[in-house]
Design a protein around this ligand. Sequence first.
Ligand code: BG6
Length: 500
Amino acid sequence: MNQIVKPATTLVIFGATGDLAKRKLYPSIFNLYKAGRISKSFSVVGVARRPWTNEELRKTVSESVDSEDKELVREFCEHFYYLPVDVTNIESFNELKSLVENIEKKHNIPENRMFYMAMAPQFFGTIATNLKASGITDISGWKRLIIEKPFGHDLASAKQLNHELREAFSEDEIYRIDHYLGKEMVQNIEMIRFGNAIFEPLWNNRYISNVQVTSSETLGVEDRGGYYESSGALRDMFQNHMLQMVALLAMDPPNRLTPDDVRNEKIKVLRALRPISKDEVKHYVVRGQYEPGTLNNQEVSGYRSEKNVDAESSTETYVGAKLLIDSHRWAGVPFYIRTGKRMSVKTTEIIIEFKDLPMNIYRKDEEKLHPNLLIIHIQPDEGITLFLNGKKIGISEGSVPVQLNYCHNCLTTVNSPEAYERLLNDCMLGDMTNFTHWDEVESSWRFVDPISDYWAKHSEDLTMYEAGTMGPKESHELLERDGFRWWEYTNQINFYGSGI
Ligand code: BG6
């Protein structure tokens, strides 16, 4: 049996009083602790502006973890410390350094330090500069930086940020989080493709007609209007999560499953994305915004009435796009991507539509064969569905689509770990496979920038969709022009039909 490696480390969290820390980081660290995946020699130092004490942080941590085992929670919380800091003041970093050194001595923790940036992105560069200046990164053990998105606002700002980070950390010490890469079924894409002889030989333009990637949400922007106004769906979801899924779907098989090999293959895909020039934006990308509508029998307001949103905002809450990948494997195969808020369902799924057979001997009855579809359910269901064709039961002729379902989260009794749990564990172990390399960030901004530049000057391109629907009609037209349609659930028995 594999021995569990239990990293001994100090994790410094910038933004310890924030939402991400409470909702995702503390519960994930707790689950790792409970599962015995962290050494008892570990500590977490929470830092933020608020004048909290250790006790206040520990109380917050204990409230954010979900466990009946009060004794375990108490023991866990004792590993947490808090320091109020002003990240623009080097003095704060000197204090932080002394605190970390004292904690390391007290708990016998080697000088392995992780720094997690979970706060407003405008401070990322300053924090890195001050970490270096204080000498806290000058250690005998390892140091790692985990950084949340957004990684820049466009290519120029991403380059600038990267430059600042690289003053203090090398590329192989920077862990850029994309939480989609921590999802069970996103990680399963490689296994489905490279672990199944029935898929990999068909995974190319000879057999696949198009690929569809959907990530729809029912929530609106909630209280993030301020951030979202300058981000929009293009920067919030498309530049990172969506393009990362495309890279995993389209990459060539890596020679080995090492971080370098996997990331190199993904980078090749992102570099092969056919650029969309400004003149082409409106033919390839649909930009939508939700209007008032009904969701789960409740009236919901439009984006422009959300808190901290301009009443005339042209920020997109929906992006639908057609991507082309200029490679031997994918030439001519459209990848359709859509993501949006306030849509009718919360789902992330990938659909691979296979080409029709060269000849359909069953076409006598004028009925077109249902295409073979492979559906990878990322969330909330986790699993795969394969659509084949079978004969209609009985004496009548003709075919009927049949589905083979594999429900991952129905079969296992173990809940899939939270994406953050897995990614934090990877980072502690020094495994960078599921983190975004700078070259990936660079290529995705290079692809996205002309789209956002064009939109900044052409608000007339904005299309509206009613909240509670699957996006603007223009997004359906994007596929119809090519003779395709979005596949999506049309009723309770999971039958996939036309998305309109
Ligand atoms: C985040 C975006 O990265 O992903 C949010 O900033 C979005 O706007 C979220 O809601 C979606 O994540 P998930 O895991 O719920 O699909």
